[in-house]
Design a protein around this ligand. Sequence first.
Ligand code: BG6
Length: 477
Amino acid sequence: MSDAPRAPAATLVIFGAMGDLARRLLVPALVNLSRDGLIDEATTILGVSHHDADDDALREALDDFIEDQDSWSKLRDRVAYLKGDFEQASTFAALAERVKGNAVFYLATAPNFFGPVVDALADAGLLDEGAGFRRVVIEKPFGHDLTSAQALNARILARAEEQQIYRIDHFLGKETVQNIMVARFGNVMLGAVWNNRYIDHVQITAAEAVTVGTRGKFYDSTGALRDMVPNHLFQLLALIGMEPPNSFDADAIRTEKSKVIAAAKPVPPEDAVRGRYEAGTIAGKPVAAYLEEAEVDPTGRTETYAALKVQVETWRWSGVPFYLRTGKGLTARDTEIVVQFRDVPIALFRGTKAAGCPWGNRLRLQLQPNEGLSLEFVAKVPGPVMETAPVSMDFHYADRFAVGHQTGYETLLYDVLTGDQTLFQRADQIEGGWRVVQPLLDAWRAGEPEGYAAGSAGPAGADALIARDGRCWSELA
Ligand code: BG6
């Protein structure tokens, strides 16, 4: 049981209830919330989709994905199903009959339905807040470039208030991501050195060992840049770069994050590299090249890796590059942020200034796996000779807290039900992210990504990108 207050009762309407997201993540997260006593017992789930099904069929489709059968049994009877086409007014008329009071409309659908569903909800009066709150949750991808994101925001905001819209970025549901703000603003020692006087550069990495697998159709029209950078990686950049908010109110925090994204300069193509995995070996298993994956255009130019250098022109960050990289089919799964501090002004101790890449003198936020935080610095090796060695102070979440099995959606769903928008993207953040990467989207319509062997650390061009500035990537571990 948690000490947090219980969320108010509501109907959670899930569009796309038979899909993977609902079954693997949303409903299991609700079960966890219910186990922790965080949702009201009168909360109901209404799944909507075009499949021929009924209440029992939906419940059965959900059964397999739930670990905690005990808590599920309490929620299971409150799951209902409505068959309906997302583009038919009759679906929304039927919904209006069944939804009274507080409601959350969760769009776990293909992105082409986001605009039409919001319009149809508004037409049916389902977004009018007279009888209770009415909130809309929108998954990514939110647009596929700056123009489409602006158009989608304009369309949605013509029918609903910004306060009703919850644009999901599931990275913000991760405990370690939320810890960035706590680490920064709860510890004066970090705050004191958190600027361009002491920080040399920042690296933000989201590396995945998995390949595209069965997601070829989606991924081939998306690519690594769109899939990860303007959303997930920019949210991390904003949390590292934001000024302290003047309160912990959602909008105070969102405004500070937006300011950082707004200060990021559009990335010129020469400051970015794209890659595509070739055949290779990952964890001892042979892996086929991306172009041979199912539902991938073998003549296409979709990238599976992107690296870029982002300049944030603020008083705090001017001159401190943020290097971002993400990719699939890499040597390891590793989501981390490395804050590299500047060298000491004079290398007083022999051996402190190793040739090549610097070591030590940095803070590493390990977001996943092995969640934690480490401070790497140099210490004296015992003995009569002055010799130094890199050492590290490590904090592992699992050593200190009962982390438990969470889907990552628990906090996000709880926040939607309690009306806290802190962990959701505001329209200006989404558009800001697209604005920064738009020159790359334009440039990458031509040319080809650089090949890298599956199971490697990425294309050689990414190493050259950072080496050009006399720096190097932290090792993927
Ligand atoms: C999703 C992307 O948003 O994030 C996926 O569409 C990616 O391609 C995933 O694998 C990574 O998230 P996580 O939580 O597994 O790091």
